[in-house]
Design a protein around this ligand. Sequence first.
Ligand code: GUE
Length: 287
Amino acid sequence: MGAMTAQILDGKATAAEIKSDLTARVAALKEKGVTPGLGTILVGDDPGSQKYVAGKHRDCAQVGIASIQRELPGTATQEEIEAVVRELNEDPACTGYIVQLPLPKGIDENRILELMDPEKDADGLHPMNLGRLVLNEPAPLPCTPNGIITLLRRHGVEIKGAEVVVVGRGVTIGRPMPLLLTRRSENATVTQCHTGTRDLSAHLKRADIIVAAAGSAHLIRPEDVKPGAAVLDVGVSRSAEGKIVGDVHPGVAEVAGWVAPNPGGVGPMTRAQLLVNVVEAAERSVG
Ligand SMILES: Nc1nc(=O)c2c([nH]1)NC[C@@H]1CN(c3ccc(C(=O)N[C@@H](CCC(=O)O)C(=O)O)cc3)C=[N+]21
């Protein structure tokens, strides 16, 4: 048998479809006198964060969402950041917003998130909304996990009954991902692995779907992947030469049935789900 190559979970194309659907919904909202507006709070001058935030505003322009950008220097104090959060909470033009993470060292990130108006939480990371997710109540969903589910569904990857291994326990992906996957609507079986996992390779070998969000370069190796599995690369780390490297070894594409590349896979889906949260919040506001 010749070498197989995995099919691509094309996040760029899927995000484009979602954005075209949102464009129509934004136009309908505008007819009712509501213009959705996405705010971003960016602290410091990390080039990666600047690029991501710029991408979010580019997306907004494409679908007709207004952009509200707030930037603070890396030396900003807790109080200064909190003042901007309060300002966006009050601003009627801002129907949803995000605080770009991570915040500089010394800033209490959780306190900032708690101060946000949960109804304007476009990331789905406010403790109230994470709590609603745990309680099976409607809430804006965390963008990356929700984007991963949409990406799998749109490509026909079976989630129901699948053995899913999530690698990582960060707040934006690792922790919420199993909450979404184990809803009755998804019905996956999830194993959460992390740096304390004794035998990662044993878990990976059983997985039908692997969500790699550890931030550890090429952690997922071809010999650990079950033939035909879906492997989603959500990791970001930097090589010694300063290049961005994902969590998935390139050789995995020879074994897997599906691969979400990085870039071009989950990243664009994260941005699309952010827009979905903003539009849904605006739709709720018109009833
Ligand atoms: N409050 C908050 N919410 C976030 O959602 C959030 C955050 N903080 N902090 C940082 C991470 C990172 N993140 C990315 C989103 C899209 C791409 C993305 O679109 N990447 C493109 C490439 C982009 C390019 O290279 O220009 C791709 O994968 O194809 C990447 C990374 C969101 N994050």
